[in-house]
Design a protein around this ligand. Structure first.
Ligand SMILES: Cc1cc2nc3c(=O)[nH]c(=O)nc-3n(C[C@H](O)[C@H](O)[C@H](O)COP(=O)(O)OP(=O)(O)OC[C@H]3O[C@@H](n4cnc5c(N)ncnc54)[C@H](O)[C@@H]3O)c2cc1C
Length: 385
C-alpha cells in the first residue's frame, strides 16, 4: 500500500516471522482438537502486539488502525483462529479500556493484559439479541455503592479462556440505556457457561458468560451510566476494519496455495494452470483480493486521519468488511476447487481457510446488517428504516 510507512513494513515483517515460527507449527493440531494457543499470547506480549493501539506512555505500542489491520492480515494468513482471539483481546477489550477506562481501571487491567498474563474478551451478544444488539436483556441494577448484574452473553470469543470481559448491560428502561462493566473471571456471581463446538475458527474458544446476582463495585463501570452506545458503535467500526484484515490474510494464503498447485499439478499432459478456467479463477481471486485490500487499508487510514464523521466511518467500515468477508470465503472456495480432491482433504490447509473465512461474514455484523448500514447512509433512515 502506498501509504505504508517504514514502521508499518517493519511491523509486517516481524509479525510474518512470528506467525511462521509460533503459529504455523501448532495450527493444524489446534484446529483439529479445538485447542487454544495460550503460549502465543505471551509471545505477542513480548512483541508489544497486545496493546497495539494503547499509547506508549501507558505501556502500549501506540500504533494506528493501519498497523492493527496489518497484524491481522499477517497472522490471519497463517492462523485465522488465533488472530480472531487476538482481535477480541487487543481491539474489543484492551483498546476499549485504554480509550474509555479511568486511570485506576487502566492501572489495574492494562499491565497484565499487555503482557499476556490475562486474556481479554468483549460481551455484547446475547441468546435473543445478536444483530439487534440493543435488545439485550442483561440488566445491571444499581444498589448502594455497587451493581447487581443478571443475564447472559453468548458467542463470546475467549469466553472459555478469558480473565477479563468488557461487557455491556442495560441500566434503564429505554433501549439506549446501555452501560459498560469490567468483569473479572473470579467475581462472585459470574461464571462461564457452555463452550461451543464450531465449524471454523476452532482454535479460538467461543462460549457463554453467565451473571447470576453478580455483585460489581461501581468502580467496575466504564464511562457514564447509560451512555455506552457511542463507544460501542465506534469500537464496532474499528472491529470491522481490523477483522477485514483476517479475510485478506486468508485470501492471500488461499491464492498462494492455489497458484503453486496450478503450476505443479499435471492433467492432460499440462500443468492445470494452462487451462483458461483455472486461470480465470486465479486471476479473479487475485484482483478481488487486491480491491478489498485497497478498500480495507483506505478505511483504516481514513480512520487514523480522523477525516470521517461517525456515519461515514461506519459506512466505510461496513463496506470494507462486507466485501472482504465475502471475498475471503469465495477465494478459499476457489482454492478448494483448484486443488480438486486434495482441496477437500486435510492434506492441504485450504479447507480450513474456507471454514475460518465464513465466520467473518457473520461475526462483527452479518453481511445483511452491513448492507443495511450502507443503505441507510445512501438512502436515508426514513427510506431504509
Ligand atoms: C465465532 C463467533 C465469535 C463471536 N464473538 C463475539 C464476541 O466476542 N462478542 C460478542 O458480543 N459477539 C460475538 N459473536 C456474535 C456475533 O456478533 C453474532 O453472531 C452476530 O452479530 C449475529 O447475531 P446472531 O448470531 O444472533 O444472528 P441473528 O441476529 O439472529 O441473525 C440471523 C440471520 O438473520 C439475519 N438478519 C437479522 N436481522 C436482519 C435484518 N434486519 N434484515 C435482514 N436480515 C437480518 C442475519 O443477517 C442472519 O443472517 C460471535 C459469533 C461467532 C459465531
Amino acid at each position: 500500500m502506498w501509504f505504508f510507512s517504514e514502521e508499518h513494513r517493519m511491523l509486517q515483517n516481524s509479525v510474518r516471522q512470528f506467525s511462521t515460527q509460533e503459529l504455523t507449527p501448532c495450527i493444524e493440531k489446534l484446529d483439529h482438537e479445538e485447542g487454544f494457543n495460550r503460549e502465543a499470547f505471551f509471545k505477542m506480549g513480548e512483541l508489544g502486539l497486545l496493546g497495539i493501539t494503547i499509547p506508549e506512555e501507558e505501556g502500549g505500542a501506540g500504533l494506528d488502525a493501519v498497523s492493527a489491520t496489518l497484524v491481522m492480515e499477517e497472522m490471519g494468513a497463517v492462523d485465522a483462529s488465533t488472530t480472531l482471539s487476538y482481535l477480541a483481546h487487543s481491539i474489543l477489550c484492551v483498546n476499549q479500556i485504554g480509550k474509555n477506562g479511568t486511570s485506576e481501571q487502566k492501572k489495574k487491567y492494562l499491565p497484565k493484559l499487555l503482557s499476556g498474563e490475562w486474556i481479554g474478551g468483549m460481551g455484547m451478544s446475547e441468546p435473543d439479541a445478536g444483530s439487534d444488539a440493543l435488545a439485550m436483556k442483561t440488566k445491571a441494577i444499581r444498589q448502594e455503592g455497587h451493581y447487581l448484574l443478571n443475564g447472559s452473553k453468548t458467542w463470546i470469543t475467549n469466553g472459555p479462556v478469558g480473565d477479563v470481559f468488557y461487557c455491556y448491560a442495560r441500566t434503564g428502561e429505554k433501549k439506549s440505556d446501555i452501560s459498560t462493566f469490567l468483569i473479572d473471571r473470579d467475581m462472585p456471581g459470574f461464571s462461564t457457561g457452555k463452550k461451543f463446538s464450531k465449524m471454523g475458527m476452532r482454535a479460538s474458544p467461543t462460549g457463554e458468560l453467565v451473571f447470576a446476582n453478580c455483585r460489581l463495585p461501581e468502580t467496575q463501570r466504564v464511562g457514564q451510566e447509560g451512555k455506552s452506545i457511542k463507544m460501542m458503535m465506534q469500537n464496532l467500526d474499528l472491529e470491522r476494519i481490523t477483522i477485514s484484515g483476517i479475510s485478506l490474510g486468508i485470501a492471500r494464503a488461499s491464492i498462494e496455495v492455489a497458484t503453486k498447485y496450478a503450476k505443479e499439478r499435471m492433467a492432460f499432459g499440462k500443468p492445470i494452470g494452462a487451462f483458461q478456467q483455472i486461470q480465470e479463477r486465479l486471476t479473479e481471486a487475485s484482483a478481488w483480493y487486491e480491491a478489498c485490500r485497497s478498500l480495507t487499508y483506505q478505511a483504516a487510514k481514513l480512520w487514523d486521519l480522523g477525516l470521517m464523521n461517525d456515519k461515514d466511518a461506519s459506512m466505510m467500515a461496513a463496506k470494507a468488511k462486507l466485501q472482504s468477508a465475502q471475498m475471503g470465503t469465495q477465494v478459499a472456495l476457489d482454492a478448494i476447487q483448484i486443488l480438486g480432491g486434495y482441496g477437500y482433504t486435510r492434506e492441504f490447509p485450504v479447507e480450513r481457510y474456507m471454514r475460518d473465512a465464513k465466520l467473518i461474514e457473520i461475526g462483527a455484523g452479518t453481511n445483511e446488517i452491513l448492507r443495511i448500514i450502507i443503505a441507510r447512509q445512501m438512502l436515508g433512515a426514513d427510506v431504509v428504516g
